[in-house]
Design a protein around this ligand. Structure first.
Ligand SMILES: C=C(O[C@@H]1CC(C(=O)O)=C[C@@H](OP(=O)(O)O)[C@H]1O)C(=O)O
Length: 372
């Protein structure tokens, strides 16, 4: 079985290549009756798109979504939702010189070994262009989660190369091209990225995602753990090399007495667990952190190999992201949304009759148990 689908009750399949005629997805299992129009996709597709600032690839795609099926008179019908975006700005000549070469650090070599053939134009199926359809599918999940459960999902850039935020203010994240949570550092980031771009190099980044309002009880206890599925979904994004939930790898150095999140009638006193215990949500904020490697399509020459095993000098021309993590925020948000909606539907299917269970502990001490 080929692996272009994920999710169980909400099942998403994507298809398409970076320089093919179109990319698309099928979202199957979406409940009927959700208002859905092409306009709903605009905001998140624009947040992810290339060509919006000088700090991302200069390719300018229209990213106009066509809803092919599953919606009638503005409402989802419960049948598969087919979404399509036509590619409008592919420039395949940029890939002529590396069509038979392997970029060190790129999927080129692994695809070649697996399939014995590859579409080198724009990286074909391995291109980050594919993430457009994850974001599109995620729009439906975000909408359903917000309308039915009051859940809000927000991501931000929590590290760019060696630069860390000096403060975290989520209200400023959408106001700068880096999705950065500290407005006072934006000039520093601009200068850093300008110098990086001029040097021809790339850099890694870290993206944090918080989901607020997730009710307790979502997730499966063993093989379908909520954190396990979040890790798999986030890890499946291009260039991701690490995922943490809650304190993640920092937990290694913690004592149990420090890590355990104490419960009081007024709420949890901390959130080291990141909102998941035993693979099941606790009602606290869900916290994930995702590591993106530096992109490998560089104009800096490097010795490499071609498909004949000959040593060649590899130089990648064209329009590339010096830091792909910058526009990965909506992609990470979408993957979290899709996992949550799938788990919500699975929870409803098995445990829909259980109802509210006492005691219900608010996410944070002192906070009212919101909307749930
Ligand atoms: C087009 C997108 O990103 C592309 C991702 C990408 C890569 O190698 O992953 C390389 C570039 O493609 P091209 O060389 O065809 O311009 C990016 O522009 C997109 O995200 O929509």
């Amino acid at each position: 079985m080929s692996d272009n689908s994920f999710g169980r009750l909400l099942r998403v399949t994507t298809f398409g290549e970076s320089h093919g005629p179109a990319i698309g997805c099928v979202v199957d299992g979406c409940p009927p009756g959700i208002a859905l129009a092409a306009d709903d996709f605009r905001r998140d597709l624009d947040r992810r798109a290339t060509g919006k600032t000088r700090h991302t690839s200069a390719r300018r795609e229209a990213d106009e979504i066509e809803i092919l099926s599953g919606v009638y008179e503005g409402l989802t019908t419960g049948t598969p939702i087919g979404l399509l975006i036509r590619n409008t700005d592919a420039r395949s000549r940029d890939y002529g010189s590396i069509a038979e070469q392997f970029r060190p650090g790129h999927a080129d070599y692994a695809y070649w070994q697996k399939y014995g053939i590859r579409d080198p134009r724009g990286g074909g199926r391995s291109s980050a262009r594919e993430t457009t359809m994850r974001v599109a599918a995620g729009v439906i999940a975000r909408k359903w989660l917000a309308e039915r459960h009051g859940i809000e999902i927000q991501g931000f850039l929590s590290q760019l190369g060696e630069i860390h935020p000096t403060g975290i203010d989520l209200s400023v994240v959408e106001g700068n091209p880096f999705f950065w949570p500290d407005a006072g550092q934006v000039a520093e980031l601009e200068a850093y990225m300008d110098a990086l771009r001029k040097s021809g190099d790339s850099v890694g980044a870290r993206v944090d995602v918080v989901a607020r309002g997730v009710p307790p009880g979502w997730g499966e206890p063993v093989y379908g753990k909520l954190d396990g599925e979040l890790a798999a979904a986030l890890m499946s994004i291009n260039a991701v090399k690490g995922v943490e939930v809650g304190d993640g790898f920092e937990s290694v150095a913690q004592k149990g007495s420090e890590h355990r999140d104490r419960m009081t009638p007024g709420g949890f006193l901390s959130n080291h667990a990141g909102g998941v215990l035993g693979g099941i949500s606790t009602g606290q904020d869900l916290r994930c952190s995702v590591a993106f490697k530096p992109t490998s399509s560089l104009r800096l020459p490097v010795d490499g190999l071609d498909v004949h095993g000959e040593v060649v000098e590899v130089v990648t021309t064209g329009r590339h992201d010096p830091c792909v993590g910058i526009r990965a925020i909506p992609i990470c948000e979408a993957m979290v949304a899709l996992v949550l909606m799938d788990q919500a539907l699975r929870h409803r299917a098995q445990c829909g009759d259980v109802g509210a269970v006492a005691p219900r502990i608010p996410g944070h001490a002192g906070e009212a148990d919101d909307k749930r």
